[in-house]
Ligand binder design. Sequence first.
Ligand code: AMP
Length: 380
Amino acid sequence: MSFESLGLSHNIIRSINKLGYLKPFPIQEQAIPIILQGKDLMGIAQTGSGKTACFVMPILEKLQNEEVKKDRNIQVLVLVPTRELAIQIDEVFRSFTENLKREIRTMAVYGGVSINPQMKGMFGVEVLIATPGRLLDLIANKALSISSIQHLVIDEADKMFQLGFGEEMNQLFAQMPVVKQTTMFSATLDDKVSEMRNRVTLNPVLVEIKKEEIEIENIEQLAYHVAPENKGPFLRYLIKEKNIKKALIFVSSTKSADSLVEKLKKNKIKAVAIHGQKSQGARRNNLEEFKVNGAQILVTTDLLGRGIHIDSLPCVINYELPRSPLDYIHRIGRTGRANETGTAINILTDDELQHFRVIQRKMGKKITLQRTEDINLHGY
Ligand code: AMP
């Protein structure tokens, strides 16, 4: 399924291509058409499922077609439990606003910082992402009006209660007009969340995305310690000596991906890359090359790695480590699926060892570091 078939127009698709999303995540596939139709939605999904883009895209798709008077009336309100989430969601909105039919201003507001700049910056904002307490303060100061909200989003509803925002949410709902459309997300649907759902939504469509369970027990994890100048030769040595027929190699940047592919090709190893600087067409072709045709190696980055689906992948190699331990799990989880065995190989230099220790601690699994200085890399 493509983004086009979900009903998103060219303006949004251009931003999707720029971000490098290859195809919709399951939550996007299910929720985008529902939101575009104007129905209320209750999404049960975790962070990492792609839930942010799943409401950002259809909301902007619709809002760009509306004529809105520039004033202090917010059109779209996204309620979030934390400052970090507010900033993150604002960034996602901004990455989609640049190609729209008209300018749409977005803003994130949260407590713990001075309220004055937020009050001053509010004029002309149509999409506001806010934590409950600061929103109440801004309303009390008449910095904005929520009387003409068309779309309300409540993100991480369960966390709102965990962090004790129940009372503030009540105060907000008491002031809120009847909203045309409400979209809610929560990792769980407990009693409090259900009660909130009953209060703010009307016949919501339920979309539930199960958490991806990654079985790391089926994956053999290996780690090799190499000198920086030996990283490339050691990788080629491994591919040949271990007779690796197919591997997905992760690096940290598009530049590294391209340079690694060049080096592998020079050494007669058929490799292709998929990353955000490549056109959609080039990415599809390269994936096809790897999946169906002869390419032995596919090099990618974390961002694009998420959208790639390959059945039966025997080996994943971390040529450069990911920043987050969660990304490490996602990377190695590409192999050893559906009860097959898989191998995840880490090639590490001195300055990556400390970070690798953090990853192991978070994963709750220790991996023995293997020395490589006695291996003769001549000719690789
Ligand atoms: P979220 O669950 O909204 O925090 O999103 C998790 C991550 O997935 C973010 O880094 C997004 O940029 C990324 N993402 C969202 N949708 C897609 C997609 N269709 N393909 C690839 N990456 C995506």
